[in-house]
Design a protein around this ligand. Structure first.
Ligand code: KIV
Ligand code: NA
Length: 265
């Protein structure tokens, strides 16, 4: 199969063919998820939790991200490689550009993902102007856990919904190429989808997206403790890691995942 590009993702949106995304942090899993047909592989800063054992993504460094990106890049032959800008690596244009340069040149990233709201649109614009493909991540922004005081569903009241829609519009206008929403009420996701034109990938954001993403350890049932409501354990259904990832790919492609019980009202 030819490599996935931004043009592929745009065409998949137009053709209403769901985009399958999944995280990976190392070479072996990168090879496995690539072979299973995952379109977008994310080296997420969730690696702070699932690889490093931190309580949040806040301690993750740019060096950590670059290391895991190099490992994953060696395992991919088809999938598009998206990589997170970690907490405080993107506080102004210059910092964001230097971070993106490191992840793309040293790491092999195809695109960077930035947790952003409308106020950070200028940083997205600087990246875009410099030629960096950007995914803007909004709704729940886990790097803000310190300010939020915990992980909560976003957009639940009218003020929250208005803010999310403003973020979506501002980030698209700033030149983002892909949007990603996390832990968003399904009704608000539907409004984001209606009011934007970019490929929209969701996690815990309901069915009205152009693609879905999960954390690998979550969908394999490896993550400790009670999983969030939007997670499904595909390993429990299938019995092997490879079959679990293949089942996830098929479930997203056929719109069998997520189901209504995985989303928030
Ligand atoms: O870090 C991560 O894994 C993410 C996904 C949850 C979207 O940002
Ligand atoms: Na992340």
């Amino acid at each position: 199969d030819p490599s996935v590009t931004l043009a592929t993702l745009r065409r998949m949106k137009t053709e209403q063919s769901p985009i399958v995304a999944l995280t990976a942090y190392d070479y072996s899993f990168a090879r496995l998820v690539d072979a299973a047909g995952v379109d977008v592989v994310l080296v997420g800063d969730s690696l702070g939790m699932v690889m490093q054992g931190h309580a949040s993504t806040v301690p993750v460094t740019l060096a950590d991200m670059a290391y895991h990106t190099r490992c994953v890049a060696r395992g991919l032959s088809r999938a598009y490689l998206m990589v997170d800008l970690p907490f405080l690596s993107d506080t102004d244009d210059r910092a964001a550009l230097e971070s993106a340069a490191r992840l793309m040149k040293e790491g092999g990233a195809d695109m960077v993902k930035i947790e952003a709201h409308a106020a950070q649109a200028p940083v997205v614009e600087a990246l875009s102007r410099a030629g960096v493909p950007v995914c803007a991540h909004f709704g729940l922004r886990p790097q803000r856990v310190g300010q939020l005081g915990g992980y909560r569903i976003q957009g639940r009241n009218e003020d929250g919904a208005r803010q999310v829609l403003e973020d979506a519009r501002a980030l698209e206008a700033a030149g983002a190429d892909v949007l990603l929403v996390e832990c968003l009420s399904a009704a608000v996701t539907a409004r984001v989808h209606e009011q934007t034109t970019l490929p929209l990938i969701g996690i815990g954001a309901g069915v009205d997206c152009d693609g879905q993403i999960l954390v690998l350890q979550d969908m394999l049932g490896v993550t400790q403790g009670r999983p969030p409501r939007f997670v499904h354990d595909f390993l429990a259904d299938t019995g092997s890691v490879q079959a679990a990832v293949e089942a996830y790919v098929e479930a997203v492609r056929n719109r069998e995942f997520p189901r209504p019980e995985h989303s928030f009202e």
